[in-house]
Design a protein around this ligand. Structure first.
Ligand code: GLN
Length: 234
């Protein structure tokens, strides 16, 4: 089998190394002898409709609005997601895949609507720092990342979060962090998230590739463990 990973506008949306999530997925796919190719989508290019995994990173408000406008006009990501493609969206990308978010003037605009999530900016201080969450399914362990966002994201009642916040802010409502709806993942965790959390990388990969054979990656595991221990003592 051969996987196509589509990295969307990483010059606009790629803060804190989020573009590295693609490299981690490729590394872990190749380790399972899966064929994998990376399609780099830059502004002005059409978004392929038949990709297996689509990646969006975080970014400042201006680039975020520009990316949202292009994605809306193109329609390729929405088409692929409706067909079951896997999506991993970080921070600004997470806000983009929701139902609504603030534009650069703070007015609510429609997002892509892939998940039932509404982002607002309120008067609370910016959420900046280390984030630790406990996922409730998928056999995932405690996950860690770095968050830096003004927006707070309320999930619809039936939307499962990626996990519950142990420390940090996350979505800012009901101790929830991120979203995991079908094959769509959103999170406020930078890091890149998949470098810091190899188990999350495999959960994303598995949505697109099916069951994965075991892969022993001591360096990645040691890094994830070091982050968890430093932040929680566990
Ligand atoms: N502009 C968004 C916010 O501040 C996203 C920030 C980010 O992606 N780091 O909420």
């Amino acid at each position: 089998m051969s996987l196509t990973i589509v990295r969307l506008y990483h010059d606009l949306l790629g803060t804190y190394g989020d573009q590295g999530n693609a490299e981690i997925l490729m590394h872990r796919a190749k380790a399972r002898n899966l064929g994998v190719q990376l399609v780099e989508v830059t502004p002005g290019m059409a978004v392929p409709r038949s990709g297996d995994i689509y990646l969006l990173g975080g970014g400042e408000d201006g680039p975020q609005s520009a990316a949202l406008a292009m994605l809306k006009q193109d329609g390729g990501l929405q088409y692929a997601a409706a067909g079951g493609a896997t999506v991993l969206a970080i921070c600004a990308g997470f806000q983009i895949i929701g139902e609504s978010l603030p534009d650069t003037s703070g007015n609510a605009v429609a997002g892509l609507g892939l998940v039932d999530a509404h982002t607002i900016y309120d008067a609370s201080p910016r959420s900046v720092g280390e984030l630790v969450i406990q996922p409730s399914r998928g056999g995932l362990p405690m996950l860690t990342g770095f968050e830096n966002h003004q927006g707070l994201t309320r999930l619809g009642e039936d939307m499962p979060p990626l996990g519950l916040v142990l420390s940090g802010v996350g979505n800012g409502f009901n101790k929830q962090e991120g979203v995991w709806h079908g094959n769509i993942f959103g999170t406020y965790m930078h890091g890149p998230a998949l470098a810091r959390n190899p188990e999350l990388a495999d959960a994303v990969l598995q949505c697109a590739a099916g069951p994965l054979r075991p892969f022993n990656d001591p360096l990645a595991d040691a890094f994830a463990k070091e982050r968890r221990q430093t932040l929680t003592g566990n």
